[in-house]
Design a protein around this ligand. Structure first.
Ligand SMILES: [Zn+2]
Length: 249
């Protein structure tokens, strides 16, 4: 079973239209992907409540295959906690996605709110995937710090260091028990290093499908398949670990 742990199901990127749900599913089918964790894009810039509802609506048609994640704007403080609780109560979301770079906050600037969000996520057993790999707000070290603040929360590095921080991602995922690395971006040699350092059980597959078309999904699947890791490690990275984190077992 293949689960894409990092995808965006939105209808536009500012003034550019994105793929429809039908095209998104066709891309998954073409690449043999069974399910995808789906996030907003415009919800990082606009009213997150409206975008959480839009995303839940898009995913509702195929609940077995489209697994929606909540986003909130932590800059709003208590209001972001209210929105988180409202979404959790809907019962359809399986995780949380935060994007410090696009949402314009460093986790340490909003530590009280981020800790609160992570505590609630831990209580409800919802993983939190953070964008990482991008200064100034979302370096891999800054996201690793969040995992240290709330050891009970499952924190995912959304890009496993992306390009510049893959060595840090490997070490942090090795050293912090509740930190996971989603290899959405790293190249095959980096993926091999992350798996060897952190352990295959800490590594998830992600593609950013939706931000781009099916080719990004095919390319990122190939990056895992050509990393030279064992078949069992590949199975864990492509789906087994995601099933465990999402409690789909
Ligand atoms: Zn993304």
């Amino acid at each position: 079973m293949i689960i894409d742990f990092h995808a965006h199901l939105d209808d536009r990127w500012f003034d550019q239209p994105l793929m429809s749900r039908e095209q998104f599913i066709a891309a998954m089918d073409r690449c043999g992907v069974d399910a995808a964790c789906v996030f907003t894009l415009m919800g990082f810039f606009e009213d997150s409540r409206r975008h959480n509802d839009l995303l839940a609506g898009r995913a509702a048609a195929l609940p077995e295959r489209l697994i929606p994640f909540i986003t909130v704007d932590p800059k709003l403080g208590e209001a972001s906690i209210d929105e988180l609780r409202r979404c959790i109560a809907l019962g359809v979301f399986r995780g949380i996605k935060l994007h410090p770079w696009l949402q314009a906050f460093a986790p340490s600037m909003l530590k009280k709110t981020i800790v609160r969000i992570a505590e609630i996520a831990a209580e409800k057993d919802l993983p939190i995937l953070f964008h990482d790999g991008t200064p100034p707000y979302a370096t891999t070290f800054q996201i690793g710090a969040v995992a240290r603040w709330v050891p009970a929360a499952k924190i995912v590095l959304g890009h496993a260091g992306l390009a510049d921080y893959t060595l840090a991602a490997a070490q942090l995922a090795r050293d912090i028990p509740n930190l996971y690395a989603c290899v959405c971006g790293p190249r095959p040699a980096d993926i091999a290093h992350i798996v060897a350092t952190a352990g295959a059980e800490k590594v998830l597959f992600g593609s950013d499908l939706g931000l781009s078309d099916w080719m990004i999904l095919a390319d990122r699947l190939d990056a895992v398949r050509y990393a030279g890791i064992s078949d069992e490690q590949t199975r864990m990275v492509l789906g087994g670990n995601a099933r465990r984190l999402l409690r789909l077992l």
